[in-house]
Write a protein that binds this ligand. Structure first.
Ligand code: AHR
Length: 493
C-alpha cells in the first residue's frame, strides 16, 4: 500500500510565526560559561565568545533567545551582571547549587544576540525580585536617557536603547522547586502589577505569563485559568514547558508523542478561549512554548558550588531527533495559536551542541531543528495524509506518518516535513500538490538510521545527520518517494 499526502493551495492553517524557531540560554551548568562564553579559550574572539559555537548557532538560526533562566532567574538580580566586570559579585545560585561569577550578563547577552541577528526575550525575577526591579530593567533596556536606569546603561557604554520587545513574567512560578514559588492567586497579582509597571515604562512591550510548568502538575490547567483571569488584558502570551522522555523504553509510543504535544496545546487553547469569553474581551493571548526538548537521561542538577559544572548534558539519539521533528510538525500544525517556542537549551545543557575545550559536536537533535528553521516559512498548509496505522501501547492506533507543510507566498517556496514512525519498514509515499503553479523539481533532505538509539559522538560525529538526496522530478504535481524507517524527510519545492 502507498501512503498519500495531499496539499491544496486553498487550505492553509495560518501564518507561521518565525518566533517558533527560538532557543533558550540559561545560566546553568556549561550553557553560558564554557558554552557560548569562554574568554580563556583559543577558540574565542576578543569578546570571549566561542567562535565555533557562534558558527554552529548561526546554522540553527534561532529567531529569538530566552534569557537568563530558567529556575536560576528566580534568584537572579540583573544589576549584578552589568557594569565593570571586576566589580561584579560572585554569588551562589541556589537553583543549581553553583557559583555565578556574573562575568557574562545582560549587555554581553545583547551583544551575543546582535551577533546572531536574533531577538532577545528577557525574563524578570518574580521569585526574590520585586516589581520595581522588573520595571527598572525595562527602563535600563528601553528608555532613551535622562532617567536613572537609562543613564546607568549609557554609563555602561550602551548609548542607544535596545528596545527589547518580549518579556517573561518570571519562570515556572507554580513549581514548589522554584525560588520564591507562589500560589496561583499570589502569582497572578504579582505578575499583573509587574506587567502594569513594565508597560508603563514601555507600552510597546509584549509579556509572557507563566503557565503551568508542565502538564503533570496537580494544578494544571487550573493554574493557567486562574492566572489568565487575573492578568488577561495585561499579557500577550501564556508559557508552556514540557520535557519529553522515553523512560519506559517504549520506542513505539515514544515515536507517537506528537499526539501528546497536540493535546497539551488543545487544552490550553481551550483555556484561552474560555477566559477570553468570560472576560468579554477582544484581546488575544497566544501560546509560547518557551521550554521544550527531550530530557530524561542525565538528571544531574546539583553543581556542588562550582563554576560551570557539568549539569544535564543529555546525549541525544536518533529517536530523540525524530521526537524533536514531530514536535516541530506540531508547531506548524498548531500555528494558529502557538506563536513562539524556545528549544531548551542551546549549548551543553540539554542541547543540540556539546562543547569540549577543543571543539564541538552537533547532536542528533541539531539537524531537525535546522531543517525546520531553514525551510518552514510563510503559511502552514493542511497536509491531508492517509497512511497505515501502527499500534502503540500508550496512544492506541496512530498514523505511520507524521506530516506538516508550509508555503511562502513571498519566496514561492514550499516544504513538506514527514516523519516515518516505522521501526522496520520503508514506506512508499505519493505527495500531490493541488492548485499551485506547476512544480518542476523537489529537493530532498533526509535524516535516518536503522537503530533508534544511534548517537553522534566526538569519535563518530556524523552517525545521524541530514543527508542531501538531491533533486527529484515532480510529474503532474506528484512525486513518489520511498521513505526509510526511522526517518525525517524534508521535501523542498
Ligand atoms: O531547562 C532546565 C530547567 O527546566 C529550567 O531552568 C526550568 O525552567 C525547567 O524546569
Amino acid at each position: 500500500m502507498t501512503s498519500t499526502i495531499l496539499i491544496d493551495y486553498d487550505r492553509s492553517i495560518g501564518e507561521i510565526d518565525p518566533h517558533i524557531f527560538g532557543g533558550f540560554i540559561e545560566h546553568m551548568g556549561r550553557m553560558v560559561y564554557e558554552g557560548i562564553y569562554d574568554p580563556e579559550s583559543p577558540l574565542s574572539d576578543e569578546r570571549g565568545f566561542r567562535t565555533d559555537v557562534l558558527a554552529a548557532l548561526k546554522e540553527l538560526a534561532p529567531t529569538v533567545i530566552r534569557y537568563p533562566g530558567g529556575n536560576m532567574l528566580s534568584g537572579y538580580h540583573w544589576l549584578d551582571g552589568v557594569g565593570a566586570r571586576e566589580k561584579r559579585p560572585r554569588k551562589r545560585d541556589l537553583a543549581w547549587q553553583s557559583i555565578e561569577s556574573n562575568q557574562f550578563g545582560l549587555n554581553e547577552f545583547m551583544q551575543y544576540c546582535q551577533e546572531l541577528k536574533t531577538e532577545p526575550m528577557l525574563g524578570v525575577n518574580l521569585g526574590t525580585g520585586t516589581i520595581e526591579e522588573a520595571a527598572a530593567l525595562v527602563e535600563y533596556c528601553n528608555a532613551d536617557s535622562g532617567s536613572y536606569y537609562a543613564d546607568l546603561r549609557q554609563s555602561h557604554g550602551i548609548m542607544e536603547p535596545y528596545h527589547v520587545k518580549k518579556w517573561c513574567l518570571g519562570n515556572e512560578m507554580d513549581g514548589p522547586w522554584q525560588i520564591g514559588h507562589l500560589e496561583a492567586d499570589e502569582y497572578g497579582r504579582k505578575a499583573r502589577e509587574a506587567a502594569k509597571m513594565m508597560k508603563w515604562q514601555d507600552s510597546s512591550i509584549q509579556l509572557i505569563l507563566c503557565g503551568s510548568s508542565n502538564k503533570t502538575m496537580p494544578t494544571f490547567p487550573e493554574w493557567d485559568r486562574q492566572v489568565l483571569e487575573t492578568c488577561w488584558e495585561h499579557v500577550d502570551y501564556l508559557s508552556m514547558h514540557h520535557y519529553a522522555n522515553n523512560n519506559a523504553n517504549d520506542t513505539t509510543s515514544y515515536l507517537a508523542l506528537a499526539l501528546e504535544f497536540e493535546s497539551f496545546i488543545d487544552t490550553l487553547e481551550g483555556t484561552l478561549r474560555y477566559v477570553r469569553a468570560k472576560q468579554r474581551s477582544n484581546h488575544q493571548v497566544f501560546l509560547s512554548w518557551d521550554e521544550w526538548n527531550v530530557w530524561y537521561k542525565n538528571m544531574e542538577t546539583q553543581g556542588t558550588w562550582c563554576e560551570a559544572p557539568h549539569l544535564i548534558e543529555e546525549v541525544y539519539n536518533l529517536e530523540d531527533a525524530l521526537v524533536v521533528a514531530q514536535w516541530m510538525n506540531v508547531f506548524l500544525r498548531r500555528c494558529n495559536v502557538l506563536k513562539m517556542a524556545c528549544l531548551a537549551q542551546l549549548v551543553n545543557v540539554i542541547a543540540p551542541i556539546l562543547t569540549t575545550p577543543e571543539g564541538l559536536l552537533r547532536q542528533t537533535i541539531f539537524y531537525p531543528f535546522q531543517l525546520f528553521s531553514q525551510f518552514a516559512s510563510g503559511k502552514s498548509m493542511e497536509a491531508l495524509c492517509k497512511s497505515p496505522l501502527i499500534e502503540t501501547p500508550e496512544f492506541g492506533d496512530v498514523p505511520l506518518l507524521d506530516v506538516s507543510a508550509s508555503f511562502d507566498e513571498t519566496t514561492r517556496k514550499g516544504a513538506v516535513f514527514i516523519v516515518n514512525r516505522s521501526q522496520n519498514g520503508s514506506e512508499s509515499v505519493n505527495i500531490k500538490w493541488q492548485g499551485f503553479e506547476p512544480l518542476k523539481t523537489a529537493h530532498v533532505y533526509q535524516l535516518a538510521g536503522d537503530n533508534p538509539k544511534l548517537i553522534n559522538s566526538f569519535d563518530h560525529p556524523h552517525n545521524v545527520r541530514t543527508v542531501d538526496l538531491g533533486d527529484m522530478p515532480v510529474v503532474d504535481q506528484n512525486i513518489n518517494i520511498e521513505l526509510p524507517a526511522l526517518s525525517c524527510t524534508v521535501i523542498a519545492v
